[in-house]
Design a protein around this ligand. Structure first.
Ligand SMILES: [Cu+2]
Length: 354
């Protein structure tokens, strides 16, 4: 056990902003917070603040249609191009994404104006890179060359209220009600290589855009339970896209259902296992500035169903600091494809509460 008097004294010295109430986070168990990939998993007592930084990398390589892998040669000879009939548009897809990395830097702030409500603000800085192969001309399997597109900048932000519904010594339950704010750009451009060998600068396809362009409600429910050396929880969280953005479309609704189990290895360290189901719908509507013989430009090739498993570690440090990491890998993916498949996802986080 840590010395409460020493910690309180340190808190008073370091944090003149801190409220006089006991900083609950400083003595909290490591698994008081869910694995780092779960957002808005906990609330705070009145007057508490928390700041967090998360880095997340998602790595995608290879393509899939439904649950089956599909190679680039097959895509360019058999997958119809929905823009066929427009000038310069071949009957099948001719450009194939082969790999993508998404890096997310997430900044978060939480403040509890009362015991009942904790307010949470989050924003993202995104760096996306996608590698492609371009096949020559309107048909055949001759590769003309490769190219990489990149987009970087602020993503969407969100403001949520976490409303405490029930809490006793062993469990707690809260609802999440929030709104996603369209701070990310959806008009990013970069150079591409066309099947005719040209290198125009065009508006990037949907997965390379940084924001949704819409104000979207976020709704969720989180339950966590605590035993002596272990803990567990379940969270549902959805984002509903209700209206079109200025470019004439909206992204598909997103739903996440996750459950986790954590075990305390030592006083300040816990390890966790987590399962997550994720579902995202196709895009509805279309941006007329996005037109290319590539799967990522097709609003009907954006839907995802994915079941992932994750292993994580939470580490509670003095003065309200926490470090955490989590590695996730899909067990099952069903894609409205062809679409790039996710290989793995890594999250690292630092949280500071006072
Ligand atoms: Cu917090």
């Amino acid at each position: 056990m840590m010395n409460r008097t020493a910690i309180s004294a340190a808190a008073v010295l370091c944090c003149t902003l801190a409220t006089p109430t006991a900083p609950a986070h400083e003595l909290a168990r490591p698994d008081d917070h869910a694995p780092i990939g779960v957002m808005g998993d906990h609330f705070h007592d009145a007057g508490e603040w928390m700041f967090s930084y998360r880095f997340m990398r998602m790595d995608m390589a290879g393509n899939r249609r439904g649950t089956d892998g599909v190679d680039a040669d097959t895509i360019v000879t058999s997958e119809p191009n929905r823009f066929f009939g427009n000038p310069m548009q071949p009957p099948t897809l001719r450009v194939v994404p082969t790999e993508m990395t998404m890096d997310m830097h997430m900044l978060g702030a939480m403040y509890a104006p009362s015991d009942r409500v904790t307010l949470m603000f989050m924003t993202h800085y995104l760096v996306n890179e996608m590698d492609h192969l371009t096949y020559a001309g309107p048909s055949g399997t001759d590769v003309l060359g490769g190219f990489t597109t990149r987009s970087e900048g602020l993503g969407d932000s969100s403001v949520s209220a976490l409303v405490r519904l029930r809490e006793d010594g062993q469990s707690r339950l809260h609802a999440t009600l929030g709104v996603s704010i369209p701070t990310g750009s959806n008009t990013e451009t970069d150079d591409i290589l066309t099947p005719m060998g040209m290198r125009p600068t065009v508006r990037l396809p949907y997965p390379m855009q940084l924001g949704s362009g819409t104000w979207d409600p976020i709704v969720g429910l989180t339950w966590s339970g605590f035993a002596d050396r272990s803990s567990y929880g379940v969270q549902w969280r959805s984002t509903f896209r209700l209206s079109d953005n200025d470019e004439g479309y909206h992204l598909g609704d997103e739903h996440r259902l996750t459950g986790w189990w954590a075990w305390r290895l030592a006083e300040p360290v816990s390890v966790s296992l987590r399962l997550q189901g994720y579902r995202r719908g196709d895009i509805s509507g279309m941006d007329p500035a996005i037109m290319a013989p590539v799967q990522t430009a097709d609003p009907d090739r954006q839907g995802i169903e994915r079941l992932s498993v994750g292993a994580g570690l939470n580490w509670s440090l003095p003065a309200g600091n926490r470090l955490a990491l989590e590695f996730m890998q899909p067990l099952h993916q069903d894609l409205d494809g062809p679409q790039l498949e996710t290989d793995w996802q890594l999250g690292l986080g630092w949280q500071w509460a006072f």
